[in-house]
Design a protein around this ligand. Sequence first.
Ligand code: AMP
Length: 293
Amino acid sequence: MRSVKFNKNLKIFNRKDTIQIYLDDLRSSGKSIGFVPTMGALHAGHLSLIDAARKKADVVVCSIFVNPTQFNDKKDLENYPRPIEDDLKKLRQPGCDVLFLPEVDEMYIDSEFWEIELGNLDKILEGKIRPGHYQGVTQIVKKLFDILKPEFAFFGQKDYQQIKVIEFMVKKLNIRVKLIICPIIREIDGLAMSSRNINLLPEERLQAIALFQSLTLARELFKTKSVSRIKKEVQIFLRSCPGIEMEYFEIFNARTFKSINSKNAKTIIALVAARIGKIRIIDNMYLNKLNTY
Ligand code: AMP
């Protein structure tokens, strides 16, 4: 059996004030802080963000917090996996230095109000299907940034729209943090890793591969076909896949996050969302850039 090298020094904090004091101290001794926010049920995608943080920052802080304000569907919140013992095992391996693991009442007081104008980014695609989702995301990320004051924060390309939303908030509120985007980590068959994948039934797990296939098809078609033709053909493909209830398949300018009709943009991204049984799955892929999968 492979012996696991435990990171005995993993420091776990449940409270804002104690983690603040701890990190303030490190910061004043010149250490840079790299932050990886998560909702737990950690997989290789999350761990790749921790690796990226390790390379860039002196101190790696990960948070696990299933943020209730970003769930517009209460059932989804209830069913969200919370395997905390497994998560701790993964974090105790070298890589992560500090875990912030607060309870809900540590992060929120009753009847708290938050609203930020997000330049329409929270009204389209995921934002349209999950009203209020990005208000909840920005609310918690702002709180976490305020508490931890990281120099760098690491986010997965998997949630591309989330990155655009956070980028917008950081600019708008002049938050001093550098956002780093990390590539999507996939299963061997191409399915993007996600904490929700464990809730897929065996048959649904097989069907879920259609999202990755739709994106690779788009990438292939991109070489010869127009944007509108690609959209049409991929949407036809997705509608033909058993078990897949397509919510959207769109092609966007990755920088402006606006729908495009021509191939002029420097970076073009295809984004897809579908329901498979009770589970929603999202994925994306750059169509004209190499580091994709
Ligand atoms: P979550 O725990 O789902 O909120 O995700 C926490 C962070 O991990 C977010 O920045 C996600 O984009 C990122 N992430 C989730 N899945 C993946 C993946 N398959 N590859 C890379 N990053 C991921």
